[in-house]
Design a protein around this ligand. Structure first.
Ligand code: MN
Length: 206
């Protein structure tokens, strides 16, 4: 009996269908690198828990439902965002965006850019304050839901780019360096309609 069970198990393990299922990439909800209340009062514990545990988890679950059986099932997230459209693009884009967003914050950060990034910002915009002014202006001006990014091109030149809904600068061959979520779910509990305050306060923890 044991021998039969063992051979059945081996058959099951070697079954090509099982192999295929095991190779399908499953996207996982990232772990936050800080406690959910660690960014308060700039971003409250309630906002972080809803944003990460409900909104981001929703995108992850949805993408895992959509991907199997498509040409994207063994691709990494960035390639999916570059090559897909429709619901797969929206959900993959939002996972990439939020993975970058949540991991860029720290309760013990330097609060200001340092080193090469500091120099690059100053040479592009003249000063950090001027960059912030432009960044906030773009974030406030973005109509509806989306993201404002600091990104760099292949030559190292920095730019501020706005992306609607779930898009990301990688779709323009840019490398995202800093991303602020201006969907209302990112700030409405803490700042209500004051998107500009959400943008301004967030520099302190980036
Ligand atoms: Mn969001």
């Amino acid at each position: 009996m044991v021998a039969i069970c063992l051979s059945l198990m081996i058959l099951f393990i070697n079954n090509p269908v099982t192999d295929k299922i095991q190779k399908v990439m499953k996207f996982e909800l990232i772990q936050l690198p800080y406690e959910s209340g660690a960014l308060a009062p700039v971003i409250s514990q309630q906002t972080i828990e809803l944003h990460h545990g409900k909104h981001l988890k929703g995108y992850v679950d949805k993408l895992n439902d959509l991907i199997p059986g498509t040409r994207f099932e063994n691709m990494d997230l960035e390639d999916i965002v570059k090559q897909s459209d429709g619901a797969i693009f929206n959900n993959a884009g939002q996972i990439l965006n939020h993975n970058l967003y949540f991991t860029q914050f720290s309760p013990n950060g330097s609060k200001v850019p340092v080193g090469g990034l500091k120099q690059a910002i100053e040479s592009q915009w003249g000063s950090l304050d001027k960059f912030k002014e432009e960044f906030e202006k773009e974030g406030v001006a973005l109509f509806g839901s989306g993201w404002v990014w600091l990104a760099r091109d292949k030559d190292g030149k920095l730019s501020i780019t706005k992306e609607a809904n779930g898009s990301n600068p990688v779709t323009k061959d840019l490398v995202p360096l800093l991303g602020f979520d201006v969907w209302e779910h990112a700030y409405y509990l803490d700042y209500q309609n004051r998107r500009a305050d959400h943008l301004k306060k967030n520099y302190g923890i980036s």
